[in-house]
Write a protein that binds this ligand. Structure first.
Ligand code: 5AD
Ligand code: FES
Length: 374
């Protein structure tokens, strides 16, 4: 097998066998790496142009009933300084976000029973009342079908639930008392209900091999999420994995490129975790095929408490600073921030109901505006 031939096959057919994907991961040279990035970049340009979508991240609670081995807000971490934003605080973040040009908010938190369906619905409805055309993304972990459905009906548009790892042994070791099947059930439920769904996984988990990463690639290829959150595992000093090594920038961007080739229209963030392990991590992610950034909109005084991992960037910065910073960073590498909802291109239709394969096709063909059809 030859690495470049497999990359070409991926580029042309949007697929490769597990053996071929493994061969790439095991044998990629520096030159092949550049080739891979350029192919992935090419596909992204075709589908999304040089536009980068922005989501304002609101980390509204760090209480969590789960005990994920890698995560700094796991319930066993007695040193975590717990907080919950009030309804009014959440609305302040949203309003500030709107002023700063964010058309999507990601409400992310630990699995916190305080935020019942009723409380979430109240928040979702209020946001939609004030900003009907802005999108709401939820990231609240595993809940029941009914709960997901109620929140969707209240106005939530998208849901992020990383599958974390598609290898059962790894999953079981990292998530005491949890069942991988249940997370899969949640992802399927979310899709069935009608959310735009984000799956995703971490790179560099302890004992994770290239074979495991192929499992993740295969999982996302088959599940076809609208979004895919991928970042390096970073050890957190108050967790059992504090002395482990953590994922590398290089491996993470390689995986980002492969995901772009397997799922050409996926919304792919250059994550904060990637920006935290390398000062230019997010830029490198974008250049390798990512097309989304998620700057922090949480109030400054809680940011360092949402410490999933060590060394998280932006904890001391105001929301407005992050907004400006991210735009400068994207411009510096020839990309532009697009101030819209940033829906997956497959979900966009023209006002007269036509749907096109990608953003450039849309642009060429439409006289009417692009609208989002829920
Ligand atoms: N390093 C990197 N990412 C982490 N996450 C949680 N803990 C860590 C860590 N130590 C990721 C998980 C989760 C997302 C919100 O953050 O993948 O789904
Ligand atoms: Fe927050 Fe750069 S994105 S300071």
């Amino acid at each position: 097998m030859i690495v470049r031939e497999i990359i070409d096959k991926l580029y042309k057919t949007e697929n490769a066998t597990d053996e071929e994907l493994l061969f790439i991961l095991d044998n990629l040279s520096k030159e092949d790496e550049e080739y891979l990035f350029s192919k992935a970049n090419d596909i992204r340009l075709k589908n999304y142009d040089n536009k980068v979508y922005m989501r304002g991240l609101i980390e509204f609670t760090n209480f969590c009933k789960k005990d994920c081995m890698y995560c700094g807000i796991r319930r066993s971490n007695k040193e975590a300084d717990r907080y919950r934003l009030t309804f009014d605080q959440i609305m302040e973040c949203v309003e500030l976000g709107d002023k700063l040009g964010y058309k999507t908010y990601v409400l992310q938190g630990g699995e916190d029973d305080y935020f019942t369906d009723e409380r979430m619905i109240e928040i979702i409805k209020e946001i939609k009342k004030k900003f009907p055309s802005n999108a709401i993304t939820l990231s609240l972990g595993e809940r029941s079908y009914e709960s997901y459905k109620k929140m969707y009906e209240a106005g939530a548009d998208r849901y992020l639930l990383r599958h974390e790892t598609a290898t059962k042994d790894l999953y079981d070791g990292l998530h005491p008392g949890e069942i991988m099947e249940n997370r899969r059930r949640c992802l399927n439920d979310l899709k069935e209900i009608g959310y735009q769904v984000g799956a995703g996984f971490m790179i560099g988990l302890p004992n994770q091999t290239n074979k495991d990463l192929v499992n993740d690639l295969r999982f996302v290829k088959e599940f076809k999420p609208h979004m895919c959150g991928i970042g390096p595992f970073i050890p957190q000093n108050q967790t059992p994995l504090k002395d482990e090594e953590g994922g590398s920038l290089e491996k993470t961007v390689i995986i980002l490129s492969l995901v772009r080739l397997l799922l050409p229209d996926v919304l792919l963030p250059a994550t904060t975790a990637l920006g935290s392990i390398d000062p230019l991590g997010r830029e490198k992610g974008i250049k390798a095929g990512a097309n989304v950034v998620m700057p922090n909109l949480s109030p400054t005084d809680v940011r360092d408490k949402y410490a999933l991992y060590d060394g998280k960037i932006c904890t001391g910065d105001e929301a407005a600073e992050c907004r400006g910073c991210i735009e400068r960073r994207m411009n510096s590498i020839g990309f532009e921030i697009e101030e819209n909802r940033g829906d997956n291109v497959k979900w966009l239709t023209t006002e007269d109901g036509k749907q096109y394969e990608n953003l450039n096709e849309h642009k060429k063909n439409i006289k009417t505006n692009l609208v989002f059809k829920k």
